[in-house]
Design a protein around this ligand. Structure first.
Ligand SMILES: [Zn+2]
Length: 433
C-alpha cells in the first residue's frame, strides 16, 4: 500500500479532520486534537502548520493554563479567511448571500433577475453578475478605504479573505454528475438538461473556485438536518410552489440515479386519484399542495388575487376560529401526508420528518391526524422513534442550506484554500489540484 497519490489523499483527508475538529471544538490544543482524531501528535503539528499557512487556523496569543511556550497555545478557526457565495434562484429574484466558514453572513442582496424564459444563458448572465457584485462588495468591505454606508454589510470580511465556493440553489432536478446538470426546470421554461454551473463559470473569468448547483428543496433539507440534534436521517416535505423536499441520510443529500429523489409531492396516495401534471395519478400534491388545500378551504380566489402568503394567513385565521370547511381541508391534507410519511418511514427508516414552508404554518392542525395515522406502526414497532416536526428555518432554509453545503465542503477539504501570501508573494495553487 501507499502510492504517492494514496498518501496525498490521506493527508488531504486528515487536514479536513483536524480543521473540522478545530471548527467544532476550538479553541483547543494540539494534544486535544490528537486525542480526538486518533492522529499522532507529530502529524497533528504538521497538519496544523499547513492550516496556519493557509490562513484557516490561528494560534491564540494568550497562553492557556499558565504554562509557557507552544504546548499551551490554543488553536482556533479563522472563519473570515474563506468566503462562500450562495445564490438562490426564485421565480422572480436572485437572493444572494456571502458567508464565512462559521456560517456567518457578511453580505446579502435580493434583486430581480429578469431572465428570459427558456433561455438558460440569460439566467447565467444574471447569476454571474450577482456573484460579481457579491465579490466586489466583499473586497471593498475588506479594504482599509472601505466606503461608508455599505447598507447590507452585517460585518466585514478580513483583508485576506478569498472566495472559495459558489453554490447555486434552484428548482428542478439536479443530477449527481460532474457538471451537476439541471435536468429540466419548468419554472424557467428549461425543457432539457442545462449545465448551469458551466454557463455561470464561463461568465466569471478570473474566478477559479468550484461552482456547485443543488436543488432548492434538497438545500432546505440539508439546512434543516444540520439545524437539529438528531443526525441520522431526515426527510423534508415542503409546501410552497407545489410540494418539494429532500432526503438527507448520514449527512449526505440523496439525489438518486437521475436527480429526482426527494420529491415527496409526487408520491401517490390514491390508487385511482386524479391525473397529476407529472403523469401519475393521486399524487400527494393534489391533496396537500397549497392550491388543493387553499381551494378546498375556500381561499382559492384569495390565492389567485393576493398570493400564497396572504391566502395561507387567511386559512390560519379560519383554522384558529374553528371554521369547519378549513378544518376539513386540512384534515384531508393530513390524511394524505400521513400515508406518505408512513411510506417514507417504511422505505428509509429515518428518524425525523420535517414539514416545511406552508406546512409548518398549518402544523398544529396537521399533526394530530398524522400522528393518528402513524399510531398503528408505532404500537407494533416498540422503540420506533420518528419525530414529525415543523421546519425551523422558514423561508431562509434554502439559502442557509446552500451556505452550509459550501462550508462543509471547504471544512472537509481545506487544501482548496490557497496558502497565504508570504513576503508579498502568494502561493496560489491549491495543494493536490
Ligand atoms: Zn404527480
Amino acid at each position: 500500500m501507499g502510492s504517492p497519490q494514496d498518501s496525498a489523499a490521506v493527508r488531504r483527508r486528515n487536514l479536513g479532520l483536524v480543521l473540522r475538529h478545530i471548527a467544532a471544538a476550538g479553541p483547543c490544543a494540539r494534544t486535544e486534537i490528537a486525542a480526538a482524531t486518533g492522529l499522532a501528535h507529530g502529524s497533528v503539528t504538521a497538519l496544523v502548520g499547513d492550516l496556519v499557512e493557509r490562513g484557516l487556523v490561528r494560534e491564540d496569543d494568550a497562553v492557556r493554563g499558565g504554562g509557557r511556550g507552544r504546548p499551551g497555545r490554543p488553536l482556533r478557526l479563522a472563519p473570515r479567511r474563506a468566503l462562500s457565495v450562495a445564490v438562490q434562484i426564485t421565480s422572480e429574484q436572485l437572493r444572494v448571500v456571502v458567508a464565512d466558514l462559521a456560517g456567518e453572513i457578511v453580505w446579502r442582496e435580493s434583486a430581480a433577475h429578469h431572465a428570459v424564459p427558456g433561455r438558460p444563458e440569460s439566467m447565467a448572465d444574471a447569476v454571474a453578475a450577482a456573484v460579481r457584485r457579491a465579490e466586489n462588495a466583499s473586497e471593498s468591505m475588506a479594504s482599509p478605504g472601505r466606503p461608508a454606508g455599505v447598507p447590507t454589510a452585517l460585518a466585514g470580511p478580513a483583508a485576506n479573505s478569498v472566495l472559495v465556493r459558489i453554490v447555486i440553489a434552484m428548482a428542478g432536478p439536479v443530477r449527481d454528475d460532474a457538471a451537476q446538470t439541471v435536468m429540466a426546470a419548468a419554472d424557467f421554461g428549461w425543457l432539457g438538461p442545462v449545465r448551469l454551473g458551466e454557463l455561470v463559470g464561463e461568465r466569471l473569468p478570473g474566478v477559479d473556485c468550484p461552482i456547485d448547483v443543488v436543488n432548492d428543496g434538497n438545500a432546505a433539507a440539508f439546512a434543516e438536518y444540520h439545524a437539529r440534534e438528531r443526525r441520522r436521517g431526515l426527510v423534508l416535505i415542503e409546501a410552497g410552489t407545489g410540494i418539494g423536499g429532500g432526503v438527507v441520510l448520514h449527512g449526505r443529500i440523496q439525489v438518486g440515479s437521475h436527480g429526482i429523489a426527494g420529491e415527496p409531492g409526487h408520491m401517490p396516495v390514491a390508487l385511482d386519484g386524479p391525473l397529476c401534471l407529472c403523469g401519475a395519478r393521486g399524487c400527494l400534491v393534489l391533496y396537500a399542495g397549497p392550491e388543493a388545500v387553499l381551494g378546498a378551504a375556500g381561499f382559492g380566489e384569495v390565492l389567485a388575487r393576493e398570493g400564497l402568503e396572504a391566502a395561507s394567513g387567511r386559512l390560519v385565521e379560519a383554522l384558529t376560529a374553528g371554521d369547519a370547511r378549513a378544518l376539513a381541508a386540512v384534515a384531508t391534507a393530513a390524511r394524505a401526508l400521513g400515508a406518505v410519511i408512513t411510506a417514507i418511514t417504511a422505505l428509509l427508516d429515518v428518524d425525523e420528518i420535517v414539514l416545511g414552508g406552508l406546512l409548518a404554518q398549518w402544523f398544529p392542525w396537521l399533526s394530530p391526524t398524522i400522528e393518528a395515522r402513524l399510531a398503528g406502526r408505532r404500537a407494533l414497532a416498540r422503540g420506533l422513534d420518528i419525530g414529525i416536526a415543523p421546519g425551523v428555518l422558514g423561508a431562509e432554509a434554502m439559502l442557509v442550506g446552500a451556505i452550509e453545503f459550501a462550508r462543509r465542503t471547504v471544512l472537509s477539504d481545506p487544501a482548496t484554500v490557497p496558502q497565504l501570501a508570504v513576503g508579498g508573494r502568494r502561493a496560489n495553487t491549491p495543494a493536490g489540484a
